[in-house]
Structures are given as C-alpha cells and as structure tokens.
Design a binder for this molecule. Structure first.
Ligand code: SPV
Ligand code: MG
Length: 431
C-alpha cells in the first residue's frame, strides 16, 4: 500500500483537516505528523493544548494509520524516515512564507519519485470561528501571563520587540519571515518607557503616569496574543510598586523589569552625561522582595535591571548587585550597557553564569547592536529585547513624508513610499 503523509500544526481538528484526511485515504495509508512545540512556536502560534494532547487528538481521528512526531518545520528528517509516496497539504502553502516548505517537500520527494498533492484549503465561517476562538484563548490573561516562562523553556533565546500601540502590536504579532529555509517571528513584546513616552511626545522621566501606561498595555492586548514584558522604570516608591505588580499580573502581563535607580530617572542611554543616582542594594532588594510578596501566581516575573555598567560603577559592582537581587527574589537579571562593543555585556554574562546557571538574563542591544542572537545565547542570555527600533524607524519615515507634502503641495510624490490602503486595511482583523 502507498504511504501518504501530512503534518498537522493545530490544536483543533476541523472540517479542513478531515477533508485532507479524506483525500489522503484515496491514495493509500495515511500517516500524520504532529509538529513539536518548539517548531510550532517558531513557525505558528503558541499551542493551547499540550504536545501529548495534540498527539492523542490526531490518533483519535478515524482513518489515520500512524502518528509520528515532526520536530522541524522543514520535512527533511520526517521524509527520510517515512519515505512517503505522497505528501498532501492544503493549497494555502503554494504562496506566502509557507511556499518555502512546499518547495522543500517537492525537492525531497523528487529524489525518489514521490509527489505533492495540494487540496483546496477549507476556509469558511465555521473554520474562521474556530481559528478566532483559539486566538482569543491565547489572549486570555491566565494563558498569556505564563507564556513567557513557557517560552524560556522552548526557545534558545526569547526575541522581544518594542510595541507602543495596537498597530505596532500587530506588527509584533504577525510578522513572520522565511530566510534561507528558516522561519522566524518575535516571541514577546516590550512596552518600553522610552517609546511609550515618545509616542506621547513626552520625555522618558517617569512622567507618563501608570494609568496611561496601562492604557497602552490594554491597546496592545486587545489585538495581540503574545506575552508582554513591561518596562517599569524604577518601580517608583515600594509602596506604589506593589500595586503596579498586582495590576500588571491581573492584566496578564508576564514580567516587569525595574531598574536600580532612584530620584528623577533619565534614560540609560544618556549614561553619565546627565545626573542619575543608583539605588542602594538594600533598598532595591527590599523593593524586589515587596513585589514578590504581593504576587498571586507563579507565572509573573519581576526582573531586576542593573545600571552599574551604564553609570561606570564597574563589573564587580554589577555582579555583586546581581547576586543580591537574585537573593531578594528577582526572577531574572537585565544587564544594560551603552558601549558600542558587546564585550562588557558578554563578560558579565560569563561571570554571572559561573555563579548562577538558572536565573534568566535579559539584554537590550541598542548600542551594542553588532552582536547576533546566537552569540548572546552562547553566553547564557535568555531574552533579547529590541527596545526602540520600531519607533526609530517610523519617525524618520513620517517626518520625510510631512516634509515632502509641504515641499510639493500635494501627496503624489510620496505615494510610492506609502503602504497601500488595501494592505493597511487587511492588517487589521475584523471580528
Ligand atoms: C526603554 O526602552 O525604555 C528602556 C531601554 O528602558 S533603554 O532605552 O535602552 O534604556
Ligand atoms: Mg525605559
């Protein structure tokens, strides 16, 4: 009997999947692959049920003869193992980023005379409803909040991008890129104090109040499902910070990062050009401990950000603080630098990892931007935050457009640089 293979990357079996199986049965024995969690979060969205449950769900489908695990998005290993005569898939993979997967399968099958079967993709109101409900589930606070901790176990490095409104949230949510056979997307979102303030035309000095910052979180949450890391600045007074922790946790935010500065906070990238005061280890440790004490779930993380390198206090001071903050209960350490070279960051990570193998390390490579994610991961970094690049790319583009409209007294000259109206409309989901 001929072998027909298909891979499922879903939490729910709907009529579209059953249609694929029905078609597959006409060609031979049906073998289904279930995509691993690691591959699924890289390529698709986060699963809402466990890997074991997904396997069972597929085993329960009538007409399936065998279920195998597919560990990679590309089919090389699974095709080598099964040697199917046919690979069957919905025809939604004939264009867009998924076309690279189809090309990969076509090339692999060609080596021994196998064939790809594309069946018309089922997309109707019922399938859309199921899809929308899955997305809604992922956005629920209980599920979203714990996802950062889950991603820390699944990803070699959690890639995080700055967002400051619904639209930038959608970019973080939906941008997926295929490059040289590898898929990638952002795992998490950073609500930056710098960009949240800048979007409101205000300086980054804890001037935008918490109510307004929470409003930004809400705007982002309404249209996304990915986990959120909140830039909590200094955390403010300890007596206030505990309320912030409660609110963020209730909203479904996954982590807050607070920095060990006190008094009027200025942006770290000013370094020692402006007056900035580092908090004492004792006082900042008390703030961390107070935040941990009021937390209601194990999902939420309080990450301590060390400003010693920013303020030229040296590596020993940074290390000493890191160990103290972990002892006070910090769930992660963010180490910051404004040097062009990543050397001092990598040195800190190496030294910290000699002492502590577990506590996640977070870095923000705005200045030391030549370093690649893989190198950071090799030095024990767990979360990388691209903290301001969306804002910095949007501003010059918008300013140039404003200038050119003034210059030409019409908008024709700028039009070729603009996103087509059709694209911007389709970016936004309608219920
Ligand atoms: C932010 O994005 O607001 C940060 C990171 O705190 S940095 O601007 O690099 O200090
Ligand atoms: Mg900030």
């Amino acid at each position: 009997m001929k072998k027909v293979y298909t891979c499922f990357c879903t939490d729910v079996i709907h009529e579209g999947h059953l249609n694929i199986i029905k078609n597959a049965q006409q060609y031979g024995e049906v073998i289904i692959g279930v995509l691993s969690d690691e591959a699924m979060v890289k390529f698709n969205r986060f699963p809402t049920i466990s890997f074991e449950e997904r396997i069972q769900m597929v085993k329960d489908i009538e007409g399936v003869s065998r279920v195998v695990i597919q560990n990679e998005i590309m089919y090389d290993a699974v095709i080598a193992e099964i040697q199917p005569d046919y690979v069957i898939h919905g025809d939604n993979w004939t264009s867009g980023p998924m076309k690279a997967i189809r090309d990969n399968v076509v090339a692999l099958l060609k080596e021994y005379g196998g064939r790809v079967i594309d069946v018309p993709y089922t997309y109707n109101d019922n399938v859309k409803r199921i899809d929308d409900r899955l997305k809604e589930r992922l956005a629920m606070p209980e599920l979203r909040r714990k996802r950062l901790k889950q991603l820390l176990c699944l990803r070699p490095i959690v890639k995080t991008i700055e967002v400051h409104n619904g639209l930038t949230g959608l970019i973080a949510e939906k941008t997926i890129v295929e490059h040289e056979g590898e898929f990638d997307q952002f795992d998490a979102m950073w609500i930056s104090s710098l960009c949240d303030s800048t979007a409101k035309g205000k300086p980054d000095i804890e001037l935008v109040d918490m109510t307004s910052r929470f409003r930004t979180i809400d705007d982002v949450m309404e249209v996304t499902t990915k986990p959120i890391i909140f830039d909590g600045d200094t955390g403010g007074l300890t007596e206030h910070f505990v309320y912030t922790v409660r609110s963020l946790e209730r909203m479904g935010v996954s982590a807050v990062i607070i920095e060990d500065k006190t008094g009027l906070k200025k942006n770290s990238l000013f370094g020692t050009e402006v007056e900035q005061v580092q908090d004492t280890i004792e006082h900042f440790s008390e703030k961390i401990a107070a935040g941990k004490k009021v937390q209601l779930t194990d999902d939420f993380m309080i990450i301590a950000r060390i400003e010693s390198l920013i303020l030229d206090q040296g590596m020993d001071d940074a290390m000493n603080r890191a160990m103290s903050y972990v002892k006070a209960g910090a769930d992660g350490i963010m180490i910051h630098s404004r040097k062009k070279s990543p050397d001092e960051i990598l040195e800190f990570c190496d030294r910290f990892r000699l002492e502590d193998k577990e506590t996640p390390i977070v870095v923000v490579p705005s200045s030391f931007n030549s370093v690649k994610e893989s190198e950071l991961a090799e030095h024990g970094v767990n979360i990388v935050i691209y903290a301001n690049q969306l804002t910095r790319s949007a501003f010059p583009a918008m300013e140039q457009t404003a200038r050119d409209i003034l210059k030409y007294h019409r908008a024709l000259e700028v039009d070729s640089r603009l996103m087509p109206i059709k694209d911007i409309i389709s970016l936004i989901d309608e219920l």
